[in-house]
Design a protein around this ligand. Structure first.
Ligand code: SAH
Ligand code: SF4
Ligand code: F3S
Length: 467
């Protein structure tokens, strides 16, 4: 009889990718993926440590799962609780002490050893123990990518592909270098092979992932390394791969080859998440970001010269230790100059083990809240403006999911906007309503005319199918 694994994913897209790989590695051991914890034999929480709130969520989830595990035990059934991801890496041994219901703790670099860990956990519990004590948060010499299968079933036309992991930059606020370890780039041949197999399954859009994706320098198999720009050029040759995106980039690693890829390659989407965190030189320096605001503007100028319609996105932290009113005004000023199509902003959250967390100049909570509200209002204003400027334009949309209304499919524009496409309206309406069910368009790139815009999404009508 097959067993069931439920994997709950928190945090960034890299965790989404890793969760899939964990499912793939468990499949040959008889585990099927379940979509809820209820009834699962194994529950894996793939956690995030980036901000305090993200980590706290994990402990409350374990509390809920413990009740379920105990209820199952009364029926004589075993349920295993595993914690993976960045909280596991950062706080593994403490977690085991704080939450004894946990059977296994595994760090992001040890997922290929999951079946072995599960076996030890089963052995430990076969003697009647309520929980096993399996902990593996090492950074092994051999990379997980050499051992993790990548054979998931088709799961929609847009897929993630991790090409780089870890970070050597040590921004003063960030836990990633400690939880994901040193920077590592997968060899070019491995990336191309995985991309081809995704396209063979029907994937049209690939988002290349890395904590520092544009620091990519993969072995090209000819004794040299290839940068991200070169890799995108190589991926562009894969027939059927219509769209390439990448995230997250660091402003310092935006080299000319990558900028040129935006100018020269149709598949390289005109959207870029390029976090700046702050618009103040003093804060950028204190954050150890290693660039000034003017250097950031210069990169943006070069990008916009190469691709004038490029939509930009960013992350911001408000209330970093020592941030003055003037520093914050500089951030607002930067936002007004760049005008992001969308952006994420967060209150600074001290993370254990990072240099900024022990800085004595912490900003009071109410100041952080007030600054965050002002920043978000400005970002939202620009986002709405950007979306409204799309009205009347035609653009390609990759249809990914069914919408709420009949005849409606949801997809993304080249600029990563969500678009609700009504296939019963527009020039092709009759075809769709007649002998061709609208769901046939799922997974396809279609030409859409935008007719309405809101703060978070667009509405459009079908102009033509592209394929
Ligand atoms: N590699 C990316 C960021 C990854 S973390 C980069 O270099 O920009 C994602 C985002 O979380 C960061 O961009 C930052 O805005 C936010 N973040 C990270 N640590 C944080 C902290 N301690 N407090 C608040 N936000 C934080
Ligand atoms: Fe964290 Fe990104 Fe800085 Fe690396 S570059 S330390 S991932 S914020
Ligand atoms: Fe979170 Fe780890 Fe990603 S801390 S954002 S899950 S790299």
């Amino acid at each position: 009889m097959s067993k069931k694994v439920f994997i709950k994913t928190y945090g960034c897209q890299m965790n989404v990718y890793d969760s899939k790989r964990m499912a793939d590695v468990l499949k040959p051991h008889g585990y099927e993926v379940a979509d809820e914890a209820d009834g699962a034999d194994l529950v894996i929480l793939n956690t995030c440590h980036i901000r305090e709130k993200a980590a706290e969520k994990v402990y409350s989830e374990i509390g809920r799962l413990r009740a379920e595990k105990e209820a199952k035990a009364l029926e004589g059934k075993n349920m295993y609780i595993a914690v993976a991801g960045c909280v596991a890496q950062a706080e593994g041994p403490e977690m085991m002490k704080r939450a004894p219901a946990i059977d296994m703790v595994l760090g992001p670099q040890t997922y290929h050893r999951l079946p072995d860990m599960l076996k030890s956990a089963e052995e430990q519990r076969s003697g009647g123990r309520r929980s096993a004590r399996v902990l593996d948060t090492e950074f092994p010499i051999d990379t997980k990518f050499d051992h993790l299968p990548t054979d998931s079933d088709f799961d929609g036309p847009a897929a993630f592909l991790t090409i780089q992991e870890g970070c050597d930059k040590f921004c003063a606020f960030c836990v990633v270098p400690y939880t994901r370890g040193a920077e590592y780039s997968r060899p070019v041949a491995d990336v191309l092979k995985e991309a081809q197999s995704l396209v063979d399954k029907g994937v049209v859009e690939i988002t290349l992932l890395g904590q520092n994706v544009n620091a990519y320098h993969g072995d090209d198999g000819k004794g040299d390394t290839m940068t991200l720009g070169g890799l995108i050029k190589a991926l562009d040759k894969i027939e059927g791969l219509g769209r390439i995106r990448y995230t997250t980039s660091h402003p310092r690693d935006m080299d000319q080859e990558l900028i040129d890829a935006h100018r020269d390659l149709k598949s390289c989407m005109p959207y870029l998440h390029l976090p700046v965190q702050s618009g103040s030189d003093a804060i950028l320096d204190a954050m150890n970001r290693k660039h000034t605001r003017d250097e950031y503007f210069a990169v943006i100028d070069r990008l916009r010269e190469a691709r004038p319609d490029l939509a930009l996105s960013s992350d911001f932290i408000v209330g970093f230790p020592g941030e003055t009113d003037q520093d914050f005004e500089d951030t607002l000023d930067l936002v007004r100059r760049v005008k992001y199509a969308q952006a994420y902003s967060f209150k600074y959250s001290p993370r254990p083990g990072t240099p900024a967390s022990v800085n004595e100049d912490q900003v009071p909570e109410e100041v952080k809240s007030e600054r965050l509200a002002r920043l978000q209002a400005l970002i939202n204003e620009h986002q709405l403006e950007f979306n409204e400027a799309s009205i009347g334009k035609e653009m390609d949309v990759l249809l990914e999911r069914e919408g709420k209304l009949p005849g409606q499919l949801l997809g993304r524009s080249p600029y990563l906007q969500s678009v609700h496409v009504d296939l019963t309206k527009g020039d092709n309406a009759l075809d769709v309503a007649g002998d061709k069910p609208y769901t046939d368009f799922m997974g396809q790139l279609v030409r859409v005319k935008i007719v309405e815009a809101g703060p978070n999404s667009l509405k459009g009508e079908l102009v033509s199918a592209l394929h």
